[in-house]
Design a protein around this ligand. Structure first.
Ligand SMILES: [Zn+2]
Length: 213
């Protein structure tokens, strides 16, 4: 039986996250109800903070989220929203902030995921390869000037961008050609889990659009 906590900050230690947040890192914001498939943002130019707290499930329902710890996060999302017209009414957020317990127990992820750091967002691609590629183009265009102004970002490769139930893994993904989402995060270069001069994991898509060697 996994331990459960009544507040998310204790989970960071329990799940050995590299982030050890202070209370001041958290913003009070209602959690998106568990089971919500996507929160649509297509016509907005400023993200609703209430669409970013995905710290709810059958086990937890935390009305606190890390939203502002990385100052590039909200401006980055807003840049995408402002260029999202090509994606029409389908641009949606399927996840953003996740507490460590949700990340580990429900997604089979690690407590160092950028979702627990509060600087990652997943955008809906509806298990459609063409939609993923179209959204990639929109994101890269949206963040081009942003990146040159000091806002690094990372995009997860399409082949990993499916939903991973607990019993699957990146080595054995359920349906690698049917991406559910496009993951963007704003991991800073030189952060704890990466070499000093790099953001992004190896093979992820960098701001230039070139895979990392
Ligand atoms: Zn993600």
């Amino acid at each position: 039986m996994s331990r459960r906590y009544t507040e998310p900050i204790a989970e960071y230690s329990y799940y050995n996250s590299d982030l050890k947040p202070l209370c001041s890192a958290f913003t009070p914001v209602p959690a998106v109800p568990a089971g919500t498939p996507a929160k649509y943002e297509a016509t907005g130019t400023t993200v609703n903070i209430s669409d970013l707290n995905w710290a709810a499930s059958t086990y937890f329902d935390y009305n606190w989220a890390i939203i502002w710890l990385n100052p590039n996060f909200i401006p980055g999302i807003n840049s995408i929203l402002q260029n999202a017209g090509q994606f029409g009414s389908q641009l949606g957020i399927t996840s953003a902030y996740r507490n460590p317990g949700k990340e580990v127990l429900e997604y089979g992820g690690k407590a160092w995921s950028r979702h627990v750091w509060g600087d990652a967002v997943d955008l809906a691609t509806f298990r459609d390869d063409s939609k993923w590629k179209a959204l990639l183009s929109i994101v890269q265009t949206s963040l081009a000037s942003y990146a040159t102004n000091g806002g690094p970002y990372c995009i997860e490769p399409e082949v990993w961008s499916t939903f991973y139930p607990k019993n699957t893994s990146r080595a054995n993904p359920p349906d690698p050609l049917l991406p559910t989402h496009l993951h963007v995060d704003w991991e800073p270069p030189g952060s704890q889990n990466n070499p000093p001069t790099q953001a992004c994991l190896s093979k992820w898509i960098l701001p230039t659009g070139q895979p990392q060697p």
